[in-house]
Design a protein around this ligand. Sequence first.
Ligand code: F6R
Length: 277
Amino acid sequence: MEVIIVKGYDEVGKTAADIIATAMLHKPDLVVGLATGTTPISTYRELVRKHKEGGLDFSKVITFNLDEYLGLPMHHPQSYYTFMWEHLFKDVNINPENIHVPSGQILDHERFCQSYEGEIRRAGGVDVQLLGIGRDGHVGFNEPGSSLYSRTRLKTLTKETVEDNSRLFDNPHEVPRFAVTMGVGTILDARQVVLVASGKPKAQAIADAVEGPISSMCTASALQLHPEVTVVADEDAASLLKRREYYDWVRNNKRQIHEVIEKQIRERLRLDHKEWG
Ligand code: F6R
């Protein structure tokens, strides 16, 4: 797990967007897992900027959103479908056929969840999964106690999450109590994961996820099992990390890896040249 600590919220977005954009340049038909909530907004803002100013191409990109509130119609102002169109899709050249957001209006949820998993598999699996993190350490809507093997399914939200989300609803009684969410197992299947976090309220969750024991009490901690995770946190969200100095040390030294490798290659070529006379 790599931990990148940056100054503030905007830098979190820039760093995460750089990782996603780099992956898109390597694979134009990248399959991206997307998150909603306040934190990824700066990432989407930066991706839109890269599209408008640098021509970052979304035409072949395929997206799968992590979750959706149960019971909200697709075009409800607070649905995650609406959120994604507002913050990303309307401003980039994505093909609407390549967009997948779980439906919040399903009668046969088991069947729906299985078919969502099937669609991810048919697309070749998620290449890069963007995640936020809840104050209770949830990723997607995998609340504490969720199985770390879980797949896409219906979840009851905790009181804390309902309270956190109520800020976005005019009437707090309207906040949905249930959501369809990719499971922890679904998330762990992604080839690469980028988790973004900002602000003091996320500090304990980030400390538990990165340095705590792997536990279903903080589902983000399951990311410790994944070989390719980058946590991008601002100073406030990173403030309870005990190994902060090491993360900065790794980051600063990483810049030198290419120099060391190049030096080795040059040395090898020099020796080969000598051997051949
Ligand atoms: C939503 C999602 C959630 C949020 C989390 C943090 O798609 O995946 O896990 O990322 O609740 O939300 P914010 O960023 O609003 O604090």
